[in-house]
Design a protein around this ligand. Structure first.
Ligand SMILES: [Zn+2]
Length: 297
């Protein structure tokens, strides 16, 4: 599942190919992957829309007629910002991309063919013949259209601060006096945005904090250690191209190697690198959680 580092790599690999390009056409292959203003709360029902026939739908919502001027990210969400021309009356449209479990953005040059052609739910055609595909086999991800940057900001105000810049005092304030497990709090995107199962386990191991500790029980020192572990681990993972577990690839189809840096994720029952004891694997907040009972308190 893409977390902050993978989404940031997608942003970085996508930007050079789309910035300054005009979107000249779009096709939505499944209506239910796109939420537009006016759709029912929670989005278009997936039950009611099993139709998988290609259809064109509200091209403007898919940025047709705009020039891509920015690709933003907050946590695990990407936002492609398009600008309409017009003298002095430039408008902005935003297409938010959530990758969910298996979502991919695939940027193809003119004439290039997608290596995997199934589960492509939306296609944006760029001037010059390039295409941007949204592919998502399990469909936990999706697209959401906003009419302007203000609506995007409003939506993003529901998320916590981006984990890549989180500090100890901010983290401690966001955790408040919460009695729930620190691991569960880290996974809650309203607390901080961008951390998922992999990097939560890695950051808790690095900072020596047990995943089941009450979030509100962290001392100032522990909150600072955890925040700095989160920042360092995310930055290292971005540097390594993200973690390619299952099907993550960046927008250019390149896999990452950050999975080689993992010290606890996926290593339940193996020896702790630090003390040699056995790493425990439990279910916490419905997610597999790996930690060292000796090194993490
Ligand atoms: Zn240990």
């Amino acid at each position: 599942m893409p977390e902050l580092p993978e989404v940031e790599r997608i942003r970085q690999s996508l930007s050079p190919g789309v910035l300054g390009k005009r979107v000249v056409g779009a096709t939505l292959h499944r209506r239910d992957v796109l939420v537009v203003p006016g759709d029912p709360a929670g989005g278009f029902s997936r039950q009611r829309s099993g139709a998988s026939k290609p259809r064109r739908y509200e091209a403007r919502r898919l940025l047709v007629g705009t020039t891509v001027v920015d690709v933003k990210r907050l946590g695990k969400e990407l936002a492609i910002v398009g600008e309409t021309g017009g003298e002095g009356v430039a408008g902005r449209s935003v297409l938010l991309v959530r990758l969910g479990m298996t979502g991919q953005l695939v940027l193809l040059g003119s004439g290039a063919r997608a290596s995997k052609r199934d589960h492509i739910h939306a296609t944006l055609r760029l001037e010059g013949g390039g295409r941007l595909l949204f592919r998502d086999p399990r469909r936990f991800g999706g697209l959401r259209a906003f009419e302007n940057l203000e609506s995007l900001s409003e939506h993003w105000s529901g998320l916590g601060p981006d984990a890549l810049g989180v500090t100890g005092p901010v983290l401690r304030e966001r955790l408040g006096g919460s009695a729930r497990a620190i691991k569960a709090a880290l996974l809650d995107q309203r607390v901080i945005a961008g951390v998922g199962n992999i990097y939560a386990d890695e950051a808790l191991f690095e900072s020596g904090i047990a995943p089941g500790r009450a979030a509100g029980s962290l001392s100032e020192g522990e909150a600072s250690a955890l925040a700095s572990a989160i920042r360092a681990i995310l930055a290292r993972a971005i540097e390594a191209g993200g973690s390619s577990i299952r099907d993550y690839l960046d927008a250019g189809g390149v896999a990452g190697t950050a999975q080689r840096l993992h010290r606890v994720y996926g290593r339940g029952g193996l020896a702790c690198e630090r003390c040699g004891g056995e790493l425990a694997q439990i279910l916490l907040a419905q997610r597999t959680t790996v930690f060292c009972p000796a090194c993490q308190r």
